[in-house]
Design a protein around this ligand. Sequence first.
Ligand code: TRP
Length: 488
Amino acid sequence: MYNNIIRREKVIKNNPRKSIHGQWSSKLIFIFAATGSAVGLGNIWKFPWMTGENGGGAFVLIYIVSVLIIALPIMMAEVFIGRHGKQNPVASLKYLANESSSFNFIEVDKSLNRVRSKRQSYSNYDDYSNWQLVGWAGIIAGILILSFYSVIAGWTISYIFKAATGVFDAISLEQSQRLFNDFISDPEKLLAWHTMFMIFTCYIVAKGVRGGLEKAVKFFIPSLFFLLICLAIYSMTLPGFYDGISYMFIPDIAKIDSNVILSAMGMAFFSLSIGMGSLMIYGSYLSDKSSITEVTAIVAFADTFVAILAGIIIFPMVFTYNLDPSSAGPGLIFQTLPIAFGAMPGGSIIATLFFILLFFAAITSSISLIEPAISYMVEQYSLTRAKATFRMGFITWVLGLGTILSFNYLSEYKFLGMTFFNLLDNFTSKVMLPLGGLLMAVFVGFIVKRNIVEEELKLNTIIFNSWRLIIRFIAPIAVTLIFINGLI
Ligand code: TRP
């Protein structure tokens, strides 16, 4: 018994108060990195297409509400776990679970009721904590998401070259649709771009926190913001601007059903990168001095801003070219944007720039998808970063083949009415992420000792209590209800 306690105390003492992988050089860099993780294909590729598929304004409304009352509070909890644990997600969760129960021990030890209480707390002692399963599930979710994310990111690389060689010049809707459909029905091309994207991702990840991740985000995130704002201004000049904006911002309440709600909530998790450990691992590289509330609020705001901006760019185009917003699916931006680029002066340069930036937005997200797995392999099996990256990258690459084929040879093979890609996308966004987020909320709300959280978040009492109320009750209940409703 005592051995167990000693071992447990060791786990806690051994926790490096700084991650072995290094630390962000400043708070601003964390904000950039986390924004880099959050802003990606989710905002620019997935958000507009999901909005179209789920009825426009109603979806956007629920999306924004989900970000505010569910996703942002959970995001704080996730960053908290990482920053306090300072290790890979599995170890951080285990560490916190242990720490919270050993506080228990110290407390009961002091009490008069020594013998009985001690026996009670001994029985809870274990090096293993079930909560670490949340970390593993997250690692798996990250790999599953990256496997299709990389394929789509590959499309953006291909579109960089298409743009640069003037393929979009004065392109019509039919031509643009044909271009896209021909492209995705060619598995060899998709494979080549997917492979290239995985190589880029692995290269940056292998170089580590300071070497790779930071440099990538510092420059590209601000550039992407700038270009998106320019494109939004362009969209304002289109004849379909008014229709596009009304479609996005005037909710048609009749369109809200349980699937729309589940989709919007899943989208909020996906877009903010929460529920699987990306932000947990980024939090573990965050210095103890930075305020978690402040940085997460900034990241959530920036991410939502980009998604809305993407909608403001895309929907006026959709209405200008008489496309059906609800049926374009994952091809939406690849079919609409080229027409707009083809019609504007200097379009091929702007288009090239746009797809380059989209590619970088994707890569700053993809590195965060694989990072939890890498940090776990490095810490657990003492692998070098390079070896860990190679192994995980390879597994992801192989899984990506399923997504590639689901756009061509296997497009008719459906499971539960979904292709392999749809299945992966739906399963990760609508099941794994909300469930992961729910468990993190419950963990921080009920398992972790209140004073640990309080010390780490340094909020005033009223704000802290409201946040804790959300984390303990509102978010878990909302996620559970939405989840159950959506599945039925
Ligand atoms: N949020 C990113 C995007 O919008 C994708 C992403 C990165 C992600 N890390 C994640 C999604 C973790 C879910 C969980 O493109």
